[in-house]
Design a binder for this molecule. Sequence first.
Ligand SMILES: C[S@@+](CC[C@H](N)C(=O)[O-])C[C@H]1O[C@@H](n2cnc3c(N)ncnc32)[C@H](O)[C@@H]1O
Length: 332
Amino acid sequence: MSTHVPVMLQEMLASLAPHNGGIYLDATFGGGGYARALLQSAACTVWAIDRDPDAIARGASLAARFPGHLHLIEGRFGDMLSLLPSAGVDRLDGVVLDLGVSSFQLDEPERGFSFRTDGPLDMRMGQHGTTAADLINTLSERDLADLLFQLGEERASRRIARAIVAARKEAPITTTGRLASIIRAVLPPDRSGIDPATRSFQALRIRVNDELSEIEHALAAAAELLAPGGRLVVVAFHSLEDRIVKRFMTEAAGRAPAPSRHDPRGLLTRSRPHFRLLTPRALRPGAVETAANPRARSARLRALERLPAESQPAASPHTESPHSPTAESYPP
Ligand SMILES: C[S@@+](CC[C@H](N)C(=O)[O-])C[C@H]1O[C@@H](n2cnc3c(N)ncnc32)[C@H](O)[C@@H]1O
């Protein structure tokens, strides 16, 4: 049976520092690993969001174990600024985002996320909207190439797009297996051991779920919902996500004077809350964790704290030593 092993769980707990009576948002409930750990570490309340109805349904048993302390909401974390106030919550002591897909989603061929198993070319985390098959079969060759290059950082994007367009003239591409073999025919496996389809599948998944703009909205909203002293912790799994998180947190902490383009509500200029960066460098998982859970290998954790209103942003605070063996500058 599939299961999801939470990534950087101890680092997440240390960074979020849940306390008794606190109210927290787990914005990516998934298999509930983070929510469970929060509920076990303090007498707190956890609101949990996931856009995947299967994740919410699976969470019912955990909610039953913590009656009145775990509340599940099906929705997109980019909408948290409307979802939470509608549920009567307008202040949070902490928000955590563990980005990407869960092992449950990856391991179910019918969800269409995996190039390792054959399934319908879907990739939607929720139940609505455009599927990966819609994109693969309708985008122009040029738009496909741009998508693979921009969201997958795929250098062979033009060759792959050409092969996809040629193949779909024979018959629509409707399965993960067929798409993966089209890509592998263009790009044979190299010595890295990384499947040649990895980057293209990542690009499609990000686009199907509008992942980058979801993150931008969620970061601004989370900062707005945090009570003074509240913390925002984000675990990212690839450079496109992590770049957005790093830039947002750096700007929020007043380290970069440029106005934030990740701030659709004008948060940083309007209410001028003060934040401090808890992780001047992203935290990385330790060797024991990456050996036990390969999914953790690319994880990077960043954290931000909202200061009391009267405080000035601190000059260079950190709770983690920059010389910590798990801290690493990324990207340089
Ligand atoms: C990596 S998993 C989280 C795993 C979780 N921390 C655990 O320990 O079990 C990411 C989850 O976030 C959800 N998700 C991704 N993007 C989302 C979004 N924009 N809104 C809501 N949920 C999202 C996915 O459906 C998935 O279940």
